[in-house]
Design a protein around this ligand. Structure first.
Ligand code: SF4
Length: 282
């Protein structure tokens, strides 16, 4: 007798439109050319990256770029700093720009603020590609922080403009804004969190409450994966974070349990389906 788990996948989980756009673009060129360079992981999901590298995608990093000449290079949804565009021009590299329109709009806003000589703070993850791209709009002068504690002891300007990386938590962003205002700073706060992420919070919370256990599928490097997993945990303490179906084991479950599967904006639907098949096989 099997475990007979009742397994459902959240229909709203899976790739956001920015990621769909980048992957579609990559697949189209791979079909024509047989290979394509991509600057950084096309999506923060190792399984999806492996699927595309098998089709000819070649992941390179920023140190490799100056070595390339006369090639096509894909820019993923996170966007790039102006330096990347400059190097491409110098090396006759054709950029296939799959920067997400939401990120491009944010880059423009940050650039406009910088051109207007505003002091800029960015709530974002250090070293994250999107944040590097945003900082690049400010000649790297913007102050990036991922935690309020990082600002302790830092002398901030009396007046500044606050932006957020697109995949940060809305609650945290507003808590930071209120805290900075209460310290007496004049803050022009721009909530630049992507709605593809923030709209998922509420729905995901409701989804997580409906099941005995949640299996949240996401790459470990995904920023919104972390944020969305926290939402699951808050709504259902029996939530597991899994990157690969191999991380599952039968002793995590009990017979007849209802299991909900969900994931980040970088989690492919096929991977969640694979997890479902494994669970149904117990
Ligand atoms: S999460 Fe939003 S900003 Fe980021 S790639 Fe997806 S659609 Fe674009």
């Amino acid at each position: 007798m099997g475990y007979n788990l009742q397994v459902s996948i959240d229909k709203d989980s899976g790739f956001c439109f920015g990621v769909v756009y980048a992957i579609d673009m990559a697949e189209e060129i791979l079909e024509e050319d047989g290979y394509l360079y991509c600057l950084g992981d096309i999506v923060h999901n190792d399984e999806e990256v492996a699927r595309l590298t098998a089709k000819g995608l070649r992941i390179i990093d920023h140190d490799d770029l100056p070595q390339l000449k006369n090639e096509k290079v894909l820019i993923r949804a996170h966007g790039e700093a102006p330096d990347t565009y400059r190097i491409a021009l110098e090396n006759n590299i054709t950029l296939i720009d799959a920067s997400c329109p939401v990120v491009l709009k944010l880059q423009n806003r940050v650039k406009t603020s910088f051109d207007e000589q505003e002091k800029i703070l960015i709530f974002g993850k250090h070293g994250h590609a999107e944040v590097i791209g945003l900082q690049g709009q400010t000649n790297n002068e913007a102050l990036v922080f991922q935690d309020l504690a990082e600002l302790d002891g830092v002398e901030l300007p009396a007046k500044f403009t606050l932006y957020s990386q697109t995949t940060k938590s809305t609650d945290k962003f507003y808590a930071i804004k209120d805290n900075l205002l209460s310290r007496g700073y004049e803050v022009k706060a721009n909530d630049t969190i992507c709605r593809q992420v923030s709209n998922r919070y509420e729905d995901l919370g409701i989804f997580a409450q409906k099941f005995d256990k949640i299996v949240f599928v996401s790459g470990k490097k995904s920023s919104n994966g972390r944020v969305l997993y926290e939402v699951c945990l808050k709504n259902n303490p029996q939530s597991y974070f899994v990157s690969d179906p191999e991380e599952l084991s039968i002793d995590m479950f009990n017979p007849e349990e209802r299991i909900g599967i969900c994931g980040a904006t970088s989690t492919p639907m096929w991977l969640m389906e694979k997890v479902k098949t494994v669970l149904e096989g117990y």
